[in-house]
Design a protein around this ligand. Structure first.
Ligand SMILES: *Cc1c(COP(=O)(O)O)cnc(C)c1O
Length: 235
């Protein structure tokens, strides 16, 4: 199947999940995760009219950006872990950083965004499972972090992001992930009064996005279902 056909199929599955949940499909953004795939795959999706993308490494996007970085309306988000020595590059190269997981990273991004004269949207990544491999803030850290984050004037905290634990049974991924999606939504609902911009919920991937939409996702991050499997790379 072509990338364009995959995008169409995923979009109609999003529409169906929205119908089940009584939601408007315009509330759910589809992010095409192009990591590991060659830049040609991204260009193909772009040609099919797609604009919102996610890459998980600063250096990988830096290399691909030589070809694709100046495409008009391209909306490229960072969705992988960010080290503090890459914050300047990240603020420069990405339209949004969706994986902020510490005040230190937020402060560095804020400085970098300020120097660029840019307001940088960010998501806070929350770790809801005990999986060793997962990044993110603990839910309990958020209430004390948020007031400090709000003071960083060059950042706009626009939502929470999470990655559900890897399912024990891929065919049941949505069912297994659902409690985590519910937790993220509850957290968001609790935090929005103190941070009115924090309305977004970036949750749901190829195996579990229908469940994520039913639980309130505003952005699903889809790689495999659009671009095919990532040979030789598990993440
Ligand atoms: C790779 C990745 C995705 C996409 O995963 P698929 O299962 O291929 O859809 C989404 N979010 C993050 C953070 C990722 O690293």
């Amino acid at each position: 199947m072509s990338i364009a056909a995959n995008l169409d199929r995923v979009r109609s599955e999003i529409t169906e999940a929205c119908a089940r949940a009584g939601r408007n499909p315009s509330e759910v953004a589809l992010m095409a995760v192009s990591k590991v795939h060659p830049v040609e795959a991204l260009l193909e999706a772009y040609k099919a009219g797609h604009r919102l993308f996610g890459e998980n490494r600063v250096q990988e996007w830096q290399a691909k950006a030589k070809t694709a970085g100046s495409l008009s309306e391209l909306d490229m988000h960072l969705i992988g872990p960010l080290q503090s020595n890459k914050t300047t590059k990240a603020a420069e190269l990405f339209a949004s950083v969706d994986t902020v997981d510490s005040l230190k990273i937020a402060m560095r991004l804020n400085e970098a965004a300020y120097a660029l004269g840019k307001k940088l949207p960010i998501f806070l990544e929350v770790k809801l499972s005990s999986e060793e491999t997962k990044h993110g803030l603990a839910a309990e850290e958020l209430p004390s972090l948020l007031p400090q984050l709000i003071l960083l004037n060059s950042l706009i905290p626009i939502g929470l992001m999470t990655v559900a634990p890897w399912p024990s049974d891929v065919a049941n991924a949505g069912k297994e992930a659902r409690p985590y999606f519910q937790k993220l939504r509850q957290l968001r609902d609790d935090l929005v009064p103190g941070c009115p911009t924090l309305t977004g919920l970036s949750m749901g991937m190829s195996n579990d996005f229908a469940a994520a939409i039913e639980e309130g996702s505003t952005c699903v991050r889809i790689g495999t279902a659009i671009f095919g499997s990532r040979v030789g790379n598990a993440t």
